[in-house]
Design a protein around this ligand. Structure first.
Ligand SMILES: [Zn+2]
Length: 247
């Protein structure tokens, strides 16, 4: 089936339809969140290689944590936008299961009240030990000293942000949950993601193969547009509330 550009109006969800939503950087763009993958803003000054790869970060954890502290401060000042709020309201009110997967680490879905959320690239505000064998559990990090104190309280190793860096695999357990959400949905919506980053690039194809109606909302047509039945061009904060019946 060819991709169809549709007039923007509420999607015809069956009352108990199971819906799985994936959000990417475009969903947070209207909140002013800088991302690793969209160079600009903060990233004109900070080389992503120094804090978005294990090698770069652990080469100088003091510098790494200073930059993450700056990033956390910046993102904490951002607010969820109309797309985040529409998705949360849809999750709360729709009768069928609505699962939400996000590639974003900014925590804005949680601040907008999202439930059934899978953060496949982690959460910027969570910290964990850099040693995979350490027993320290990841924790929500509001320590004022986080910018300067990077020692693990359990093993004395180096703490790191609990996010997935370039070159690192997604968490296997989370990927299993994602597969389940994709295999068992009637509708699959990709919002604000070019769909070219693996494994997310395969999600639409997998959902479609399992019988889901597939929808994309993005600023431009992605390379894998053929995996989507419906295509909407525009900003997530403008388009998503209308599609979810919450303009
Ligand atoms: Zn440790």
């Amino acid at each position: 089936m060819s991709t169809v550009e549709m007039p923007i109006k509420a999607l015809p969800f069956e009352p108990d339809a199971r819906v799985t939503i994936l959000t990417g950087a475009g969903a947070s763009a209207d909140s002013g969140v800088p991302t690793f993958r969209d160079p600009g803003g903060l990233w004109r000054r900070i080389d992503p290689n120094t804090i978005a790869t294990a090698r770069g970060f652990f080469a100088d954890p003091v510098r790494g944590w200073a930059l993450y502290h700056e990033l956390r401060t910046h993102v904490r000042a951002c607010e969820p936008n109309a797309a985040h709020h529409a998705i949360s309201a849809f999750q709360a009110e729709h009768r069928g299961v609505v699962r939400l997967i996000t590639q974003n680490v900014d925590g804005l879905h949680l601040r907008a009240g999202a439930r059934e959320l899978i953060e496949i690239h982690g959460n910027l505000f969570h910290t964990r030990c850099g040693d995979e064998t350490c027993d320290l559990a990841p924790f929500f990090d509001e320590r004022p000293e986080a910018a300067t104190d990077h020692r693990c309280p359990s093993c004395g190793g180096v703490l790191r942000p609990d996010v997935v860096w370039f070159g690192e695999p997604n968490d296997l357990e989370l990927e299993r949950e994602v597969s389940e959400a994709l295999a068992s949905c009637d509708w699959y919506l990709a919002i604000g993601t070019s769909g070219t980053v693996y494994p997310a690039a395969l999600y639409a194809r997998f959902a479609k193969k399992n019988g889901a109606q597939t929808v994309i909302v993005n600023l431009e047509l992605p390379e894998n547009a053929g995996d989507f039945d419906l295509h909407y061009t525009g900003r997530a904060a403008e388009v998503v509330p209308i599609l979810l019946g919450r303009p």
